[in-house]
Design a protein around this ligand. Structure first.
Ligand code: 13P
Ligand code: SF4
Length: 323
């Protein structure tokens, strides 16, 4: 059955022929994750894209991620197996909308989530990912207003963690994470009282998780609000912890995440809070699309040189902050 060992061998041969490195986000299909040279979250993959020696980066993820790689490594060829792989969150703010918002707060510092277009990044002071959003906002002078965009749930998380009153939050959302709702999470948490809970901060239910913990319905020390990379680190540490072993973890994020978690901590049962939480954009990167990409050298990602030059410093600041 496709994709088989022959497919894997052909991908490896073509990648070597093109001097290409294959990067895959944690939400990619398992076959794509398994063939990639590096699998990770948005921050880790951006750092690799900035450093990698290969002439070509094949980005198995969504378009803004490949664009970020091109901004950081403009001399390299950046390919994405299907350029239609967009992101509903990145679409929730346009450059014109950001220009108008900035005009209302001319002295504010603009912090944009990496899930934005290159044009939006070009109007941004510092980008962040879910791994370092709190640290990025903490790096801003407390006296300055911050415009945080586009994700309202990540924004609410950052506001809770930093306690900053002068953080203004755009009302955007990711359709996949917004749909993992509080009722579902509450029901799952109540029926699995011994499980740990991993929640991505883009989720509509992150607030409910903390609320449950706050009212004592779920132990607060078992609620972990984490980026996808943070979930892998936490899974490894739960696995190696001494004392009572963790048997089950409920995971509130896109379901592609389960593959890396199960590999990182084989003894733990990872279950999705919502097993329909699949990102159709991430899943456009199929084994057939990756093969076509390496055979035909497309889709190539281009970012206007002037836009890239203006976006670069905000992205570079992002990769310098946080672990
Ligand atoms: P991270 O991998 O940075 O946690 O981001 C998740 C995401 O939604 C990417 O689309
Ligand atoms: Fe965008 Fe949401 Fe898909 Fe991530 S899961 S790529 S934020 S639409």
């Amino acid at each position: 059955v496709f994709p088989d060992a022959e497919w894997a061998a052909e991908i490896a041969r073509l990648a070597a022929e093109r001097n290409a490195t294959i990067l895959a986000h944690n939400y990619q299909l398992p076959e794509i994750q398994d063939i990639a040279d590096h699998v990770g979250d948005s921050l880790a993959l951006s750092r690799i894209a900035a450093d990698v020696d290969a002439e070509t980066i094949v980005f198995c993820g969504v378009h803004f991620m490949a664009e970020t790689a091109k901004i950081l490594s403009p001399a390299k060829t950046v390919l994405i197996p299907d350029a239609r792989a967009g992101c509903s969150l990145a679409d929730s703010i346009t450059a014109d909308e950001l220009r108008a918002w900035r005009a209302e707060y001319p002295d504010a510092v603009v912090v944009s989530y990496v899930n934005t277009t290159a044009e939006v990044k070009a109007l941004t002071d510092i980008c962040c990912t879910s791994s370092n959003a709190v640290e990025v906002v903490e790096s801003v002078d407390p006296a300055r207003d911050v415009l945080f965009l586009p994700d309202q749930f990540l924004g609410a998380h950052v506001k809770r963690r930093t306690g900053r009153e002068n953080l203004h939050i755009w009302a955007g959302e990711c359709h996949v994470h917004a749909a993992i709702n509080g009722d579902e999470l509450t029901a799952q948490a109540r029926s699995h009282p011994d499980a740990e809970l991993f929640v991505h901060p883009e989720c509509g239910c992150a607030t409910s998780a903390l609320y449950l913990a706050g009212e004592g319905a779920f132990p607060a020390d078992r609620v972990h609000i984490l980026s996808t990379g943070g979930m892998i680190t936490e899974a490894r540490s739960l696995r190696s912890a001494v004392g009572a072993p963790t048997k089950q973890v409920l995971v509130a994020t896109e379901i592609g995440m389960l593959h890396q978690l199960r590999k990182a901590a084989p003894g733990i049962d990872f279950e999705a809070v919502n097993d329909r939480a699949s990102c159709k954009y991430m899943k456009m990167i199929t084994p057939a699309a990756l093969l076509r990409c390496l055979v035909e050298g497309r889709d190539e990602v281009h970012v206007d040189a002037d836009v890239a030059a203006r976006a670069r410093s905000s992205v570079q600041r992002m990769i310098e902050i946080g672990t």
